[in-house]
Design a protein around this ligand. Structure first.
Ligand code: GLN
Length: 456
């Protein structure tokens, strides 16, 4: 623990760590040692990790990457945080992320960007960029992330690590600062599917404090991952597995390097016994406008709590109450957050609600139905995570739409609430990592992890 904490400070230039509490980490490490000495055996006992700064923590500050929450202290721990702590993990600190998890490059953090350890001139992806970069740089073996529209899968792809976003409702959202509540899900980011399975087992499970938490018995995802498939052989552990390739996930415009790495990973899966089938997700392109209506709509509502009264930044000088709200919010929020609040308020406003928000909700249902059509023909869906490898810092300038368009392959699964993973597939332009995305049907995290583990 001591060594890892020192590592973090010597790699401070990557911009991953926002806050740490060495005394707390050492105390947790000693407690884990004591539990082990008393005969306890848990895979996560004493395992160091850090949390995306979107999870509230009692013993460490929580900022959500926003100036709005500078110096904010939560009176409680998020459920994901307390469950991992109960499993004996050691919390090294809080990790940088895009402000309120809005972004795809970690360039929207009020605390500076995060650099990609493979090439420090490039972004690590986002919004869980700090988590991805810290794991990829081997500063720690695992980190938590959250995924609303791709924020676990895309940074995992950009940094060559493994990440899983479970089915909506598998991990409690209690204490996860809300961005778009109908989409937000927590998940682990680590070096392998196996590590993700161990972490997910500890993080997940029903929580009565989250009304959207799935009421299911506790799951042992590690055991599910190891469960052999019927008819599997040692050489062909994936025999009989049908992997659907949505043709919309392989457009002519897909970068050649990404296509190449994904195709070679698919060939490996075939060698392991899987068969590839052609499927279609006809509304893939529509998932971009649908998501960028629904997510900002929910964000505009969720972020109304930051009013400078109960918590968060308050302007020093103001006139009346309204002026206090205005000044506090315009000083506390960054440009992307303001843009989303405005879009969200617009699409929800009288006269536009039917034209935008309601339409988006209907399309969301159709996108989810399209997946069910596909799952009639296949067990898992595969494709790229992102259309390119990690881009360069500031490359997208101030055109937010460029980043929105790059979410095309992660948004459909998010809108449908399906579990999805990114596993390292190979390398592309500039020697940068490329991820393979696997998507499963609801609550089939076990099947997803099984295939990923066989591949790795
Ligand atoms: N890039 C997407 C956005 O900016 C997804 C973010 C996320 O999953 N938190 O909204």
């Amino acid at each position: 623990t001591q060594h890892l904490l020192t590592q973090f400070s010597s790699h401070a230039g990557l911009g991953t760590l926002l806050a740490g509490n060495p005394e707390l980490a050492l105390a947790q490490a000693r407690a884990a040692d004591a539990r082990r000495a008393a005969g306890e055996r848990g895979a996560l006992l004493g395992v160091p990790l850090a949390h995306k700064d979107i999870f509230v923590t009692r013993d460490l500050p929580t900022t959500a990457g926003s100036k709005m929450l500078t110096d904010y202290r939560s009176p409680f721990d998020a459920t994901v945080v307390s469950r991992l702590a109960a499993a004996g993990t050691v919390t090294l600190g809080k990790l940088n992320c895009d402000e309120f998890a809005m972004g795809s490059a970690n360039e929207n953090s009020a605390y500076g960007p995060v650099l990609n350890p493979w090439d420090r001139t490039r972004v690590p992806g986002g919004s869980s960029g700090g988590s991805a970069a810290a794991v990829a740089a081997r500063l720690l073996p695992a980190a938590t992330g959250t995924d609303t529209g791709g924020s676990i899968r895309q940074p995992a792809s950009f940094t060559g690590i493994t990440g899983i976003k479970p089915t909506y409702g598998v991990c409690s959202r209690y204490g996860m600062i809300a961005f778009a509540s109908s989409l937000d899900q927590a998940g682990p980011m680590a070096r392998s599917a196996e590590d993700c399975a161990l972490l997910l087992s500890a993080m997940s499970g029903f929580d009565e404090r989250d009304s959207t938490s799935a009421e299911r018995p506790p799951q042992d995802f590690h055991a599910q991952m190891l469960q052999p498939r019927e008819g599997a052989t040692a050489a062909q552990p994936l025999k009989g597995l049908r992997i659907g390739l949505p043709r919309e996930f392989f457009p002519a415009a897909l970068a050649v390097d990404v296509n190449g790495a994904v195709r070679s990973a698919l060939a490996e899966l075939e060698k392991l016994g899987a068969t590839l089938v052609d499927v279609s997700l006809p509304r893939t392109e529509l998932s971009i406008p649908v998501y960028y209506i629904i997510a900002p709509a929910e964000a505009s509502s969720n972020l109304s709590r930051f009013d400078g009264v109960r918590y968060g930044h308050r302007a020093e000088q103001y006139g009346d109450l309204l002026d206090m709200y205005k000044k506090s919010r315009s000083e506390g929020f960054g440009a992307e957050v303001k843009r989303r609040i405005m879009i969200g308020a617009y699409v929800l406003s009288h006269g536009y609600y039917d034209a935008y928000y309601l339409q988006a909700q209907k399309l969301r249902r159709m996108i989810a139905d399209d997946f069910q059509q596909c799952f009639q023909q296949c067990d898992l869906i595969a494709g790229p995570v992102a259309p390119t490898v990690a881009w360069r810092l500031s490359e997208q300038g101030d055109d937010p739409v460029k980043a929105y368009l790059a979410d095309i392959f992660t948004l459909p699964g998010s809108l449908a609430g399906l579990p999805g993973m990114s596993i390292p597939a190979g390398f592309g332009e500039g020697g940068m990592p490329v991820g393979l995305q696997l998507i499963a049907n609801y609550f089939n995290e076990g099947g997803l992890l099984h295939a990923a583990h066989a591949f790795q």
